[in-house]
Design a protein around this ligand. Structure first.
Ligand SMILES: Nc1ncnc2c1ncn2[C@@H]1O[C@H](COP(=O)(O)OP(=O)(O)O)[C@@H](O)[C@H]1O
Ligand SMILES: [Mg+2]
Length: 318
């Protein structure tokens, strides 16, 4: 029997396991999604993200464990549960020879004909596709196609929307544009779970981030907490001579390393504030190099990649 929605979680996953023969694609995952949040499921290809979404949205019905949406069991109460979720899949899911607006109107029989039309028009407007309403969908740009997929998933006004790798293969400008639409959607009351293998995407969009690897949900943190714990920048310089040990000692609080005798690398935490760049470690490094009577030949820098964070997360879990 359906249980009334009496708790604070919109989605509740308990001990979800999905096996394909000997392969465990999702391994004992438990997770709660709160109403109104953007949650990012972050993991490399093959981590189990799409499989997990498939179990939640009803595409996969054979799994171990329990999944409830607003209290409704996705298998026992699937009719209600499915009304509550929308899915934007990884691949394009519409016919290129159909006009944009028609594509939406034909999506599902959730409303009467007139209501369908009004909802389609409203979504086209929200996602800046009104101009293309009568164009065949194959004429849309990549970014517009993605937005149309989002519109399609929203026709029945789901409370919880899944976006499976919404910006994979989308160029950087369009990515930012899509992020803005996703934020707008959340601001209008839709709870969002997205999967991504871009750390940058999770960092920019998500309130909370779950890291999944080999089917296991390794940890769930708020975005700020994750970046505080694992977000690191590094600078590596090549010097005019070998790195003296005194220099290493003086830079002790920056975890100095020498990848080669004349190379020095320091690592430090991300600045607390997004976007602003804390120059202190660079200045400190320059001063100490000068003080050691050396010159800097080359300088490069970067930040931790997803893979680095995984390594640290797996390490800290062990
Ligand atoms: N239908 C299937 N049959 C067998 N193995 C599958 C099937 N779907 C996914 N897998 C495997 O399950 C693992 C997780 O895949 P997937 O959920 O697609 O990962 P992700 O979406 O994170 O890239 C991968 O090893 C993949 O090869
Ligand atoms: Mg996938």
């Amino acid at each position: 029997m359906a249980e009334p929605y009496s708790h604070r979680n919109l989605l509740s996953i308990k001990n979800l396991t999905k096996r394909y023969g000997a392969l465990t694609a999702v391994d004992d995952v438990s997770l709660e999604i709160r109403p109104g949040e953007i949650f990012a499921l972050l993991g490399v290809n093959g981590a189990g993200k799409t499989t997990m979404i498939g179990c939640i949205t009803g595409l996969i019905s054979r799994f171990e464990g329990e999944i409830r949406i607003a209290g409704y069991d996705v298998r026992k109460d699937y009719r209600i549960a499915r009304q509550l979720v929308g899915l934007v899949p990884q691949e394009l899911n519409f016919d290129g020879f159909f006009p944009t607006a028609e594509t939406l109107r034909y999506q599902g029989g959730y409303f009467g004909h007139r209501a369908n039309r009004a909802r389609a028009d409203e979504l086209l407007e929200t996602f800046s596709l009104t101009e293309k309403a009568d164009a065949n969908t194959r004429k849309l740009s990549g970014g517009m196609k993605r937005r149309l997929m989002v519109c399609k998933s929203l026709m029945h006004s789901p409370a919880l929307l899944f976006l499976d790798e919404p910006t994979a293969g989308v160029d950087v400008d369009l990515r930012e544009n899509l992020w803005n639409y996703i934020r707008k959607l959340r601001d209008s009351g839709t709870t969002i779970v997205l999967t991504t293998h871009y750390l940058e995407e999770a960092e920019n969009l998500a309130d909370r981030i779950g890291i999944i690897n080999r089917g296991r949900l390794l940890r769930v943190d708020s975005r700020d907490e994750l970046m505080r714990l694992f977000g690191r920048r590094w600078i590596e310089v090549r010097l005019s001579g070998p790195v003296p040990s005194g220099l290493m000692d003086r830079l002790d609080d920056f975890q100095p390393e020498t990848p080669a005798p004349d190379r020095l690398r320091i690592t430090f935490s991300e600045p607390a504030h997004h976007g602003s760049c804390d120059e202190a470690p660079v200045k400190r490094l320059m001063r100490e190099i000068q003080r050691a009577g050396l010159e800097m030949e080359t300088l490069e820098g970067g930040r931790n990649r997803l893979e680095d964070i995984f390594r640290e997360v797996v390490h800290s879990d062990a």
